[in-house]
Design a protein around this ligand. Structure first.
Ligand code: MTE
Length: 333
């Protein structure tokens, strides 16, 4: 993010192999049908879903299906065309694996996602350490189709699988003094070659105000496209905050801590004048080095592809605008 300086010249080659939308859609409908019980509990067995997934779309290695019901959360569904799986998993920001867009897909296979524990601690009544299996069981999984807008000026539309972070927050019972939530992600030199560089002050830390963390749109994501998260997208668990620039959506979480102080976040520490704590998507507040008024939708890369207008709060203003009532969003960028 810090490195690119031109307005819209982020390099991105057109993928030669694109998973047809119909194949993914059909498979997802089938997973849903199996999960709803319409096909009977026996049919919804893991083995059958696995076999079905493999028959339809070949996926890299160890991805396993993760069925989920469609979300009932207002604003969680968009009718926009989904980004192709191949683009969503090969054009990534995950600096622990390098700073180029293709680095995470190339290097993140060294990340060991099992066993994995997330510590939930700080100003709470009931601190807890949860395994990924615990997290998968904590609340019913939902599919949430969200736009994700990167501060660099590109966006994607991704069907995430997870549940509102608020479900986890309620479980630990925060104390009244808890005003912020700090997310810390894994920083292990052995598994993550990028951590050997000083491009950021590791570990990657992000934060939300308590009301932002409790907003139903804030997602604890365990999967995407009906499957577990690929490593390059933040396996085995990340947050997704759809009305904020992508860097607020921290990947590969190991700790969630409740605090009375605004957390020092990785990008804010790296360049405070460019990346604020709030980082709400806002077409009216330019990044000091480029405009934020428009964006390039990944996959719309043809010669005549137009940039799209960036929407206030990434299009989620009706749901989240009131969280910032009375705040000067130019100061609190
Ligand atoms: N989380 C960690 N741990 N490390 C990172 O470098 N990059 C962020 C965010 N989460 C990042 C991270 C940025 S800049 C973006 S745009 C999104 O992840 C990208 O998510 P995606 O690759 O799944 O699209």
């Amino acid at each position: 993010m810090l490195i690119k300086t031109d307005r819209d010249g982020f390099d991105h080659s057109v993928p030669s192999e694109i998973t047809p939308q119909a194949v993914y859609r059909g498979r997802r409908d089938m997973l849903r049908w199996m999960a709803t019980g319409a096909a009977g509990a026996a049919l919804a067995s893991w083995a059958q879903r696995e076999a079905f997934a493999q028959a339809q779309v070949p996926r890299p290695g160890k991805l396993a299906p993760l069925a989920a019901a469609k979300s009932a959360v207002a604003g969680a569904v968009t009718m926009e065309k989904l980004t192709d799986y191949k683009d969503a998993t090969s054009y990534n920001n995950f600096y622990e694996f390098g700073t180029d867009k293709e680095d995470p897909a190339e290097h993140a296979h060294t990340l060991r996602t099992s066993p994995w524990t997330v510590e939930v601690s700080g100003l709470v009544k009931k601190p807890v350490k949860l395994s990924i299996e615990d997290l998968r069981r904590l609340a019913p999984l939902e599919e949430r189709i969200y736009r994700l807008r990167c501060v660099e000026g590109w966006s994607m539309v991704i069907p995430w699988v997870g549940y509102s972070l608020s479900k986890l927050v309620e479980r630990v019972e925060p104390l009244g003094a808890a005003k912020f939530v700090e997310f810390t992600t894994l920083a292990d030199r052995d598994q993550m070659p990028g951590v050997r560089s000083r491009v950021l002050d590791w570990p990657y830390v992000e934060g939300l105000r308590m009301d932002e963390a409790m907003h139903p749109l804030t997602l604890l994501a365990l999967g995407m496209y009906g499957e577990v998260l690929p490593n390059q997208n933040g396996a085995p668990v990340r947050v997704v905050v759809p009305w904020k620039y992508g860097f607020k959506s921290a990947k590969s979480l190991v700790q969630i801590r409740f605090t009375d102080r605004m957390p020092g976040t990785a990008w804010n520490k790296a360049a405070a004048n460019e990346y604020g704590f709030y980082s709400n998507v806002n077409p009216n507040v330019d990044h000091p080095r480029w405009s934020q008024a428009t964006e390039r939708r990944i996959g719309e890369d043809g010669l005549f592809a137009k940039r799209r207008k960036t929407l206030m709060f990434n299009g989620y203003e009706a749901q989240v605008g009131q969280l910032y009532a009375g705040m000067d969003l130019k100061k609190n960028y």
